[in-house]
Design a protein around this ligand. Structure first.
Ligand code: 5AD
Ligand code: SF4
Length: 455
């Protein structure tokens, strides 16, 4: 029986030139990774990569549903595609990702945004060949949001955007149901990939010259649950660390309720693993953490930090913070500020709470005023700016390992990330250095980056 992949390839091969696709992924690394699979599938069916949106025959927006601001922006962008479709009725427009997994969004797109041909949720990624076939053969709008089982399909091709950095999902889904978060509803239950499949992918990447491997999962610390092999995330890290090759290992995200001392020991003991942990705290108030259903207290969080810093002075932490969770008081917020003082994160990613229909927190009446929320956000960012400025001074005169990934906005400089996940710049005319890891002696520090010279 001919597969849908072959059927699509057959239709496309009759065209004079291959259709070009343009994919834009929003949101987290997991979504970017899914976008690389979508690209891989299209490429394997005979499509080419479009240099820009205007020349594309297939446009796909791979969406994020975590916050309302992201959704609104994406709706606006889908709206703008109407003009392109009017100019070129043959254009195929697809919407996928987390928004496309939500029934209410699919209904809205189907009724308002008639220019869209194809809607497929996170579970339907591998259904893309069938869906595309239906669009090409029947020129009708198709959507797929069913939960197509929870199995992991290892066979999907990946078209990677970068040569020297790669993401490798180790697990999918999330079982934590933090009260504010839509992810468990749009990405389903936790399921881990087999260690052998992950190791094979890492080996292939290392052999092809990849210098940084980012292991992905909504909560990597749950890795291994449900597998036949008895293995946890620390065990997986050790196995990957033993893989031959000149590359460094990062991962995200960890959940403080599951991050343990074994994880810290593993990071410190594994030579290839960056000495940095992204550990989303969300709030410094144990009361709010309970309301968020996070499963840890501020004290428990600090214990992990203390242990890491006891084992390795200068261990680098970054975090996510939600400001203005329903009924967050001034005192709760002060406890978040205290947490920043205590941990002295090297980076924070902060968000104003956004109500997500379908989550538990969406049912709460919120008495915290929006203007208080924005003011708290301002104070938080201001504080972290000062902390960064002071924190980064500790790097002055030190030599950092930096993987350069592009030209900096500062003329003459190239830019990359250190092992601590700090932006580092160096004056360098030789652009062939981009894509390699170099030692950089830090000569100057700012509140957003460090600068130095390659030694
Ligand atoms: N509102 C604001 N921020 C959110 N996040 C997740 N859900 C929401 C929400 N409803 C943030 C959390 C998470 C990060 C990826 O996004 O901080 O760690
Ligand atoms: Fe969302 Fe919490 Fe799961 Fe992270 S751990 S994806 S914040 S539910």
């Amino acid at each position: 029986m001919t597969s849908y992949k072959d059927k699509v390839a057959g239709i496309l091969s009759k065209r004079e030139t291959p259709p070009l696709f343009y994919i834009r992924s929003f949101g987290c690394q997991q979504n970017v990774s899914d976008g690389e699979k979508t690209a891989g599938l299209l490429y394997s069916m005979g499509c080419g990569v479009s240099p820009d949106i205007a020349s594309a025959d297939i446009i796909i927006y791979n969406t994020c549903a975590v916050r309302e601001s992201a959704e609104l922006k994406i709706y606006g962008m889908i709206g703008e595609l109407k003009h392109l479709k009017e100019k070129n009725p043959e254009l195929i427009i697809g919407i996928c990702g987390c928004m496309a997994q939500e029934e209410k969004t699919v209904k809205k797109i189907l009724s308002v945004y008639k220019q869209v041909d194809l809607i497929f949720g996170t579970f339907a990624l591998e259904e893309l060949p069938r869906l595309l076939y239906e669009v090409l053969a029947n020129r009708k709008t198709v959507s797929a949001t069913d939960e197509y089982g929870m199995k992991i399909n290892e066979g999907i091709p990946v078209l990677r955007t970068e040569k020297f950095k790669a993401s490798v999902p180790v697990m999918y889904g999330c079982d934590n149901f933090c009260s504010y978060c839509i992810v468990p509803y749009v990405r389903g239950r936790e399921r881990s990939r087999r260690p052998s499949d992950i190791l094979n992918e890492v080996r292939t990447l290392a052999e092809s010259g990849c210098r940084e491997i980012m292991l992905l999962g909504q909560n990597v610390n749950s890795y291994g649950k449900g597998l036949d092999e008895k293995i946890n995330f620390s065990g997986l890290l050790r196995l990957i660390n033993e893989t031959e090759g000149d590359f460094r290992i990062r991962f995200m995200s960890s959940h403080p309720k599951d991050a343990d001392f074994e994880l810290i020991d593993t990071i410190i003991e594994c030579g290839k693993v960056c000495k940095h942990l992204h550990l989303p705290v969300q709030s410094g108030s144990s009361r709010i953490l309970k309301e968020m259903n996070r499963g840890y207290t501020a004290e428990k969080y600090k214990e992990i930090i203390d242990y890491a810093r006891m084992r390795m002075h200068g261990f680098s932490f970054s975090t996510d913070i939600i400001v203005g969770f329903p009924n967050e008081t001034g005192e709760d917020f002060r406890e978040t500020l205290d947490m920043l003082d205590y941990v002295r994160f090297d980076n924070i990613f902060s968000f104003i709470y956004s109500k997500r229909t379908g989550t538990k927190a969406a049912l709460l009446t919120d008495n915290t005023l929006p203007e208080n929320k924005s003011e708290r956000m301002r104070i938080l960012l201001e504080k972290q700016k000062r902390i960064n400025e002071e924190n980064y001074k500790r790097f002055k005169g030190r030599i950092l390992d930096v993987l350069f990934d592009g030209k900096s906005k500062t003329p003459g400089y190239i830019s990359g990330k250190s092992d601590e996940f700090i932006i580092a710049e160096a004056l360098c005319e030789d652009l062939s250095v981009i894509g390699s890891q170099k030692k950089v002696r830090v000569t100057e520090t700012m509140n957003w980056a460090v600068r130095g010279e390659i030694v």
